[in-house]
Write a protein that binds this ligand. Structure first.
Ligand SMILES: C[S@@+](CC[C@H](N)C(=O)[O-])C[C@H]1O[C@@H](n2cnc3c(N)ncnc32)[C@H](O)[C@@H]1O
Length: 382
């Protein structure tokens, strides 16, 4: 049992050269991966590196139970690995689906011609929230609503989703809002016309698809909760590669609220209650000796439930890589990587090593240094 930050039985390695790979940054230049900027994502190259570390072969089945914007699924599709992604966020599942779908390019081109030939009609923006109205110019918002309506008329759901993601991507390029930590801040700046941006984005996305090479594998995405994946069989997966939400960084519902309002109006926020760590009720303290903050206890319990499910669906001798970060509190840093490794071993996983890839200074009120928080990859075997 771990009872001190520095005393634990796990081999630790430092590989700060990998720090950037666990961020979304490298994806910004990679076709299809960059169809939606998902701040919390890791990179395609990280997935490929994990394929190497975990010895994933083409034809294997990989699971990502916190798949986010589908980085690991798209990378699997590129190299011919079968993959299942699960995420509790309808936005994440939608983005993953659109990025990993097979398309008929002729159909997409025809729809593009149709959409861009329509005469502009103005829609009332008054019904939108004050935040959304502040986050765009009136012209951009009216264009978004107009194209949204045109897209809604497309019959084929795959094509409709393709254009919805293109419009979301374009909206993100003309917004005054930017995601700063857990909040959206407004910064007025000159922006290009939405229609021009949308046209350019659709053209780029079509060209990305034209050049893409996929090796043929099965890709499945499920809207679900990693703590209860009853829809997955026991002992099924050859590898698990994933990155759960980080403690204290659970702001997905807030920072994507504009996307939800404009493109997923029917999704109620109640559906998102199952977000890890958001509902700290009846919490079991898995580390009573550490006297952890309530939110950290709840988070670790959620992680424990997810790890149990991950363990259940892994084949014997299969491997797992989890990217996770320590949690910062005003008075301390909670060593989540080590505590999760400890929980994993309690249920029968063997921790092979913890690879520290980032070690960031954490401050309170932006000035007082609390300490340093690690971001690590836990590599385990069943
Ligand atoms: C760090 S992000 C994963 C990013 C992903 N690796 C990528 O590259 O896009 C964590 C994800 O976990 C999801 N999540 C939160 N609670 C969950 C739960 N209970 N079950 C499944 N997914 C959950 C969030 O919606 C978010 O997309």
């Amino acid at each position: 049992m771990v009872n001190q930050r520095e005393v634990h039985p796990f081999p630790i390695e430092e590989r700060y050269d990998l720090g950037r790979l666990v961020t979304f940054m490298p994806n910004k230049r990679v076709p299809i991966h960059n169809w939606f900027y998902f701040k919390e994502g890791f990179s395609r190259d990280f997935t490929l590196l994990m394929f190497d570390w975990l010895q994933v072969k083409s034809g294997d089945w990989v699971l990502d139970p916190f798949c986010g914007a589908g980085t690991s699924l798209l990378a699997s599709k590129e190299v011919g690995v079968n993959v299942v992604g699960v995420d509790v966020s309808p936005l994440a599942v939608f983005v993953t689906q659109v990025k990993t779908e097979d398309y008929d390019l002729e159909e997409i081109r025809d729809s593009a011609k149709e959409i861009f030939s329509k005469k502009f009609k103005s829609y009332d923006i008054k019904g939108l929230s004050p935040l959304t109205r502040r986050a765009f110019s009136r012209y951009s918002l009216e264009d978004i609503l107009f194209f949204k309506e045109e897209i809604r008329r497309i019959e084929d759901h795959k094509v409709r989703n393709f254009f919805t993601l293109a419009l979301m991507n374009s909206a993100n390029r003309v917004t005054y809002g930017y995601k700063d930590g857990g909040v959206i801040k407004i910064f007025k700046r000159p922006v290009p016309p939405l229609k021009k941006m949308f046209k350019r984005t659709v053209k780029r996305m079509i060209s990305n698809l034209k050049r893409a090479h996929f090796k043929g594998s099965e890709i499945k995405v499920d809207l679900g909760d990693a703590r209860r994946m009853d829809f997955l069989q026991d002992n099924y997966f050859d590898s698990v590669i994933t990155s759960p939400p980080y403690l204290n960084k659970i702001e997905y519902t807030k920072v994507y609220s504009i996307e939800y309002e404009l493109f997923f109006r029917d999704v109620k926020f109640d559906n998102l209650r199952s977000y890890i760590g958001l509902n700290p009720k009846n919490v079991k303290d898995l580390f009573p000796e550490l006297n952890l903050p309530e939110i950290a206890k709840a988070y670790l319990q959620d992680m424990n439930d997810s790890l149990k499910e991950i363990y259940r669906v892994m084949k014997d001798c299969s491997k797992c890589a989890i990217v996770i970060a320590e949690g910062a509190f005003p008075d301390r840093i909670v060593p989540i990587d080590i505590l999760m490794a400890d929980l994993a071993e309690r249920m029968g996983l063997k921790v092979e090593r913890i690879v520290v890839v980032n070690n960031r200074v954490v401050t309170r009120d932006r000035t007082v240094k609390i300490g340093r928080a690690r971001e690590s990859i836990i590599v385990m075997r069943k």
